[in-house]
Ligand binder design. Sequence first.
Ligand code: CA
Length: 221
Amino acid sequence: MAVEDDPAIADLLDMYLRREDHRVYLAADGERGLELIAAHRPDVVILDVGLPGIDGLEVCRRIRASDAAVSVVFLTARDDEIDRVLGLEMGADDYVTKPFSPRELVARVRAQLRRAAATAAATTVAPAVIEVGSVEVDLGRHEARRDGEPVGLTTQEFELLAFLGANRGLALSRRQILDGAWGDGWIGDERTVDVHVGQLRRKLGDDLPLVTVWGVGYRLD
Ligand code: CA
């Protein structure tokens, strides 16, 4: 599903996504977008930041308040929008900067769907809880707990934490982390890892024994 007020871009998204056999819903503003999301429960929402009425950031906030299972891929037009998407804990799973390549965007959507499917498969086969300090990573419930209390993580933050937890004691490069937590073939900036690590540290604080390994990446002890 896409929420985009520029009809030319909306048509382009529609065409490329349908070509991949996705069922597509389009909305030109935030209110309509929220209605369609509630009605159709899409797997992925492509969300323009600059929308008339409620902007994309507010739409995302409301999606997260209602149903955290949907993946949100932001479309951003300017650097200051990227900073807002990444800086606030908006619950974005990914973002693409305009002008964008439709092919790349479709690949990102595919990656989100693949990850959701992989998570569902993994959790039905082998539910497990990884303990890291006072943090529990519950793969079955797809939930992180700090001192027994659930901590609100985005899908991507959870995947990152689960991947680090499964590879405790190993220094992992940003590339390894992207491949492991975001999925092979994920196209994007390694800075994404730093942003999500920053969010995990903010949310879990000193309870998370996550070390920056200079010149390499990160290690969870
Ligand atoms: Ca716009």
